[in-house]
Design a protein around this ligand. Sequence first.
Ligand code: AP5
Length: 216
Amino acid sequence: MRLVLVGPPGAGKGTQAQYIASNLSIPKISTGDIFRANVSGGTELGKLAKEYMDRGDLVPDEVTIAMVRDRLSEDDAQDGFLLDGFPRNVPQAEILKKMLAEFGVALDIVLELVVDEDEVVRRLAGRRTCSQCGRIWHVDFDDKKDDVCDACGGSLYQRDDDKEETVRRRLEVYQEQTAPLITFYADEEILVGVDAAGPVEEVTGRAMEALAPYIG
Ligand code: AP5
């Protein structure tokens, strides 16, 4: 299964990616996670990406595409993958299509997580991420009173780009640059919308139902 998750910031892509990838035994490849690992590791890529991420803008395509190409060439991605956060605009989608064609494969499905803007703002305001295992939590929906990850005991942090002003910019960037992907993949006839409102397990159930016809 070669699958892309698309949806606005806070739609639940990272949350659903961890369950869907594990259910399908495929690697979850999140460009946001790779950039954040580089930022905390203090690499050159991290320093460059941080400038854009802190503003809520997209990291330049040539940097992001080279990074994804390297990751998709790794052994564990040869039999399938779930991409979270890539592609992020039509040029990235066109290059991904060409890149996969070079590997002799193609995307099977693009799942669009559909949720309204008030809900994504609520979700982002309360998001906490584990600094050790990367698991995503929410202060209200998961009733997190402390800053400790219940999965691994690591400490939880709030992402720098979840500040109100940056969230507003990320939502604008989504509308301007990422939303056109919906038409792009609808035209390719591989787009399936999933209602992403409601509890996490219900959304995962709907996503797995949508994927069922594509599971061999
Ligand atoms: P990235 O990390 O991809 O961020 P994003 O797309 O803005 O998405 P988020 O991670 O904010 O949200 P999500 O949909 O994963 O929601 P989550 O599951 O965490 O990108 C960050 C930055 O990196 C970009 O701004 C850009 O600068 C750069 N970048 C990344 N990829 C790039 C690319 N391809 N090209 C260029 N630049 C790129 O959920 C949010 C919260 O809601 C959590 O607290 C969660 O617990 C909660 N929640 C989730 N589902 C539910 C539910 N059903 N009910 C209640 N709460 C829920």
